[in-house]
Design a protein around this ligand. Structure first.
Ligand code: ADP
Ligand code: MG
Length: 336
């Protein structure tokens, strides 16, 4: 723990009966960072966040928030943290202002101070004109912005957001990122956000920890993570599913050792002399009478990193899981 740390997790572990949801996490989040915990559904993101918040008791390990031991002095630590949780939507029967007042009281902010905060925070969320409108009539994007600024009512040093943009359209997602960046820069608030969106981690976060099956499997800036899979670009070969293992083997045999197949694709880090290698590969495939559907080359993405580390594509995992989305309820009314 150093003076620069906002949150430190040490050997954090959570078992539910004999299932290990969080499997020994060590992580240090620095003051002023926008830190992303990126992982597919079921990776252990919410369990980790809820342990930091004191909502779930860890099986073992330690949590320190702003130098406070969160296992023994949780109440003290909570004052430093603002919460935007995955489950708690804003109160639909209350107005935007009343939603903030309610949160202020929960955090024992004085009534005078709360009144000031209401105007300041609604302005921050660009919701001033909706101050006395029922939050239940707001669009998904407006509700999420209200949930974010509401978390600032007691001037926390850190905000924790559990998949805050889940189910939002791209436009509203970008708008929420801008709000978070603005809060981080102008109020010096450390941001810890969980997400299953690669683009979100990539665009918003200073540093990213990739979590899978309760373990941190990679940590660094977006470009560090991308560089970790090797120099140069990545190629994708798409082909019939049955051919994938065969193609993977041929690629490995010709020296593309990083070749990894999943679904109907094989990816490999191509390194130097890409065109020469691609031509060679196409020659080998032809000789072996293997028909491919396509080949493409691109700069490494976080999905390539995830695929390389886990053998599965995160994009595939997210596309299946986002269908049962709990956050979608607010999006019906079409307001921005
Ligand atoms: N209260 C619980 N009892 C049993 N298993 C749980 C409980 N909460 C979460 N889990 C399991 O722990 C794993 C991690 O869950 P969670 O932290 O919610 O993942 P994420 O937020 O990354 O989607 C999942 O397999 C989930 O089913
Ligand atoms: Mg979750």
């Amino acid at each position: 723990m150093s003076a620069q740390s906002a949150i430190v997790l040490h050997k954090l572990l959570k078992r539910f009966n004999d299932f290990t949801a969080v499997n020994g996490i060590d992580l240090e989040i620095k003051k002023g960072e926008i830190f992303g915990l990126l992982g597919p559904n079921g990776a252990g993101k919410s369990t980790t966040i809820n342990m930091i918040l004191g909502l779930i008791k860890p099986t073992s390990g330690s949590i320190t928030v702003e130098d406070i031991d969160m296992i023994n002095k949780q109440e003290l630590g909570k004052a430093h943290i603002g919460i935007v949780s995955q489950e708690t939507l804003i109160e639909p029967e209350l107005t935007a202002a009343q939603n903030i007042v309610l949160f202020g009281r929960l955090y024992h902010v004085s009534e005078n101070k709360i009144d000031e905060k209401v105007d300041e925070l609604l302005n921050l969320a660009e919701l001033t004109d909706f101050k006395d409108k029922y939050a239940g009539t707001f669009s998904g994007g407006m509700q999420r912005r209200l949930a974010v600024v509401r978390a600032l009512v007691h001037d926390p040093d850190i905000i924790l957001l559990d998949e805050p943009t889940n189910g939002l359209d791209v436009q509203n997602r970008v708008k929420l990122w801008e709000l978070l960046r603005h809060i981080n820069e102008t109020r010096n608030v450390t941001v810890l956000i969980t997400t299953q969106y690669l683009e979100e981690a990539d665009n918003l976060c200073n540093r990213i920890a990739i979590i899978d099956h309760g373990k941190i499997i990679a940590l660094g800036t977006s470009s560090q993570l991308k560089q970790s899979i090797g120099k140069g670009n990545v190629i994708d070969i798409s082909a019939n599913k049955e051919l994938i293992p065969h193609i993977e083997k041929l690629m490995k045999d010709m020296g593309l050792e990083s070749a990894k197949g999943t679904g109907n694709k094989v990816m490999a880090n191509i390194g130097t002399d890409p065109m020469k290698k691609i031509n060679k590969l196409l020659g080998i495939l032809e000789k072996n009478k293997i028909h491919i559907d396509g080949i493409s080359m691109h700069e490494p993405t976080l999905d390539d990193v995830f695929l390389k580390l886990t053998g599965t594509s995160m994009r595939d995992a997210v596309e299946t899981s986002s269908k049962n989305d709990r956050w979608l309820a607010g999006g019906r009314h079409g307001m921005m």
